[in-house]
Write a protein that binds this ligand. Structure first.
Ligand code: PAF
Length: 279
């Protein structure tokens, strides 16, 4: 595996290497890599000639300064973790990605107003800006994103459409720990006691799915909110069902929908989701 620390060196290498037959798969990350990232990389390796992974903790997408400061960083361990399943890792400095403040304009409509966007103002601007810049550097044919960040994936798809980028966006299933907790870089920041109770999030989503099938959206929402009010270590920020095609919050079930949740467990904010679909 080759490691590039500057945009210039990576672009030079890719320009010299890329031929019409050399498909590039790209997995952008913020490091603190885990099995979920490995799954994205393995999928890319199986589908492309060359797989590039970027590790960049993007300051622009953090609406909370403390969250940015505390975000886990361990480049050496990350590089070691992925060395056997990735061709190139790109670890740029902030100044290399943002020589100047990005001025790109995006139009995400209501996607950038609800759920994550409501609670993390500016977050998706930062995500879209960095992913667009990384796409311009790596020029991938395919890019891989985990479905845990469901709304982020919708933002990326919308950005690709807006700019007519010739990049196939590949959604990848959520990877879970054996007790159901969705894998996330933030899980490492949970205290042992918090980690023990964290699987309640997915258990609650599973139960909410049963309730929505038997009863209604409002009954499932009531159940979810009551569950987290009764478990005082958690603080729920939102739980909503959205229609998978329109990404609008719904109050009546549709055939294809996703229940999305954000909860605080101590000082750590966790998100997860569950899908009911005929697709
Ligand atoms: O999902 C992430 O890790 C980040 O939001 C991403 C896509 C790498 C952009 O910084």
């Amino acid at each position: 595996m080759l490691v590039f620390y500057t945009r210039k060196s990576l672009v030079e290498y890719l320009t010299a290497t890329k031929t019409p037959y050399c498909e590039i798969g790209f997995v952008p990350t913020m490091g603190a890599l885990h099995q979920g990232h490995l799954t994205l990389l393995e999928k890319s390796v199986g589908e492309n000639k060359l797989t590039v992974c970027s590790i960049f903790v993007n300051p622009l997408q953090f609406n909370n300064k403390q969250d940015l400061e505390k975000y886990p960083r361990n480049i050496e361990a990350d590089i070691d973790f992925i060395k056997s399943c990735c061709d190139i890792v790109f670890v740029p400095e902030s100044i290399d990605i943002y020589p100047e403040q990005p001025t790109e304009k995006f139009d995400f409509g209501s996607l950038d107003l609800i759920l994550e966007a409501e609670f993390r103002p500016g977050h998706f601007y930062g995500v879209a800006a960095v992913v667009k810049l990384l796409f311009e550097i790596v020029k991938p044919n395919k890019a891989y994103f985990g479905l845990k960040d469901y709304q982020q994936l919708e933002i990326i798809k919308s950005m690709v459409k807006q700019f007519n980028l010739q990049i196939e966006i590949i959604p990848c299933d959520i990877v879970r720990e054996s007790d159901g907790l969705a894998m996330s870089s933030r899980n490492q920041r949970l205290e042992a006691e918090e980690r023990e109770i964290a699987p309640l999030i997915y258990k609650t989503l599973q139960k909410a799915t049963e309730i929505v099938k038997e009863k209604s959206i409002s009954a499932s929402k009531e159940f979810v909110f009551n569950t987290f009010v009764a478990n005082k270590q958690f603080r729920i920020e939102y739980f909503e069902w959205v229609d998978m095609d329109s990404f609008e919050i719904i109050s009546n079930s549709t055939q294809n929908m996703v229940g999305l949740i954000a909860v605080w467990l101590g000082n750590i904010r966790l998100i997860d989701n569950i899908t009911i679909s005929t697709k």
